[in-house]
Design a protein around this ligand. Structure first.
Ligand code: FAD
Length: 509
């Protein structure tokens, strides 16, 4: 008979809902033994606290329940009001081990509980202490993602030929980041993997409907069918399909946007990585193997490895390294609340085609790729001066892959420049011409990217100049953006831009 959490006296190992893959169970000094009883807690308080996207709530519950079913009698699965209550009920007075959770709130909770021993985090490439030593070694100088990425590649022998980067260079950005192929409405690549729902999904849907009916919780966004993996088998199938069909075109088009092809060559693996269904090491090692076997070009493989071993890892490390106060950064003193059409994902209220298209993707699926997040959603929020903490919370709730650790640096640092440049060298925002160059979104739009005032003024173009104007003193000191700030002096219609953008308020553009 396998051991269960109900057995008195024995240590129980607690798995959070984002610790679902086998790498959270491999025995070791810091992990559970081969047959240590396991515990998972489905805490309703998580859903009461925040208004999540329905597709995200579904995915997380489905993934947890699937994992519990796989682990059978070894697992005790508790449905409780709070974690504390669930732990008390299932583990009683027994010792509990747990791997380091992924948020400050959860880390504080596990440390505050009696008899709980917290082991190191798993699911990332670099131990936190190693990162802290690397970062401290910079003597207070700005940390650069590019340096960190080289360090990870060297340390893990990733895409390396001896001491040198494979192919002789670290970075293939000049081959990547092309606009979409002219005239194409979709990229000519096979469709991504999509899972099929089963009985567990049916039960989850039924529970969510009931909770909503009872007025216990409420959601935003549209419901299913579930389109992201909930099990390791599904996540491995998604990885395999990406590696064999879309990795080759990942690099060149990673920054391009097509209205009718939201996924293009992106991997759709973020939710699986963040649920712990996939280990980042297996993703990057298998991508490298594709190149070594001659099945994928180096530029694309390097671009993908950079996303996971570079950006994802860097974001995780900065979340902890910058400390809990970082989330409250507000360098630009932005305090405006998010308008209702935005929080309700009311894409139909929006006239600007780029924002309408992307907000509809979020409403319908809880996902859109990196450039829409950064240069359409985030850029609009930045230009309107919305409170960065509220923007972070919105991203966290509305995206299937959103967790505190990944949202705080990506939104506070990268997207809203609220940290004043600790993470990026300049604010990521642009006028409509960037969106026009990198997408097919502008063509039939009622607004024109080249116009800044008047009936057809593009809200991004006008918003960009108004943003620079509002912050010209702060931004003039930043070499990377000083030149457009100087250009403000030459804008003959600046007074009209100011008036127009003030009048826009928080109405949907
Ligand atoms: P791909 O384009 O195929 O990239 C491969 C993988 O790289 C992703 O699956 C992801 O795991 C990783 N990755 C790439 N960039 C980042 C990054 N900046 N931070 C973390 N991981 C990265 N990513 C999340 O996983 N969760 C989030 O909540 C999230 N919020 C974001 C919010 C904003 C404002 C911005 C600008 C970016 C955010 N990202 C987030 C990063 C990135 O947009 C998503 O990881 C990516 O779009 C997910 O789609 P994909 O799996 O197809 O990624």
């Amino acid at each position: 008979m396998p051991a269960t959490a109900a057995e008195p006296g024995r240590t129980v190992h607690w798995l959070f809902g984002d610790q679902l893959g086998p790498h959270f169970l491999t025995p070791g000094e810091d992990g559970p033994g081969r047959d240590t009883p396991l515990l998972m807690i489905e805490a309703r308080s998580v859903f009461r606290r925040r208004r999540f996207h329905r597709a995200k709530a579904h995915l997380v519950l489905s993934a947890m329940r699937h994992r519990a079913a796989e682990l059978g009698d070894r697992m005790t699965y508790v449905r409780a009001g709070t974690y504390r209550e669930g732990l008390e009920r299932a583990a009683g007075g027994r010792p509990v081990t747990v791997h380091h959770p992924t948020s400050y709130a959860a880390a504080r909770l596990v440390r505050s509980l009696p008899r709980v021993t917290v082991g190191p985090a798993r699911g990332f490439l670099v131990p936190m202490a190693d990162f802290a030593a690397w970062a401290d070694g910079h003597g207070g100088k700005r940390l650069r993602q590019e340096d960190f990425y080289h360090w990870v590649r060297r340390g893990h022998g990733l895409l390396m030929d001896g001491e040198a980067p494979a192919g002789g260079q670290w970075n293939y950005d000049h081959d990547n980041r092309r606009p979409p192929p002219g005239g194409a409405r979709t990229l000519p690549v096979p469709a991504p993997y999509r899972p099929r729902e089963d009985g567990i999904d049916e039960e989850v849907r039924h529970d969510l409907d009931r909770w909503e009916r009872d007025g216990d919780v409420s959601f935003v966004g549209r419901d299913g069918p579930r389109s992201f993996p909930a099990t390791r088998t599904e996540a491995r199938a998604a990885l395999k399909r990406f590696l064999s069909h879309r990795l080759g075109t990942f690099g060149p088009y990673e920054d391009a946007v097509l209205a009718e092809d939201p996924v293009m060559s992106h991997s759709l693996l973020s939710s699986s990585l963040n649920l712990g269904l996939l280990d980042p090491a297996e993703c990057v090692e298998r991508a490298e193997a594709e190149w070594r076997a001659g099945r994928a070009p180096l530029g694309s493989v390097e671009g993908f490895v950079r996303q996971i071993a570079g950006w994802r890892e860097y974001v995780w490390q900065l979340y902890w390294y910058f400390g809990e106060e970082y989330r409250r950064s507000n360098f630009l003193r932005h305090t405006a609340p998010l308008p209702g059409w935005w929080t309700e994902l009311d894409a139909d209220a929006v006239g600007a085609r780029c924002l309408r298209t992307v907000l509809a993707q979020v409403r319908d699926t809880g996902w859109t790729h990196h450039i829409p997040r950064l240069m359409i959603l985030g850029s609009h929020a930045l230009q309107r001066g919305w409170d960065p903490a509220a923007v972070t919370d919105w991203f966290h709730r509305c995206f299937v892959d959103g967790y505190d650790w990944v949202m705080v640096p990506n939104v506070v640092g990268m997207s809203q420049y609220a940290d004043g440049g600790r993470m990026t060298t300049k604010p990521y925002t642009s006028g409509g011409s960037y969106v026009n160059r990198m997408s097919d979104l502008c063509g039939p739009c009622r607004y024109r990217p080249g116009e800044r005032t008047g009936e057809h003024a593009c809200p991004y173009t006008a918003g960009y100049w108004a943003f620079l104007d509002r912050h010209r003193d702060r931004l003039a000191r930043n070499q990377r953006i000083a030149q457009p700030v100087r250009q403000l002096e030459r804008l003959a219609d600046l007074a009209e831009v100011r008036r127009q953008e003030r009048a826009r308020g928080d109405a949907p553009p």
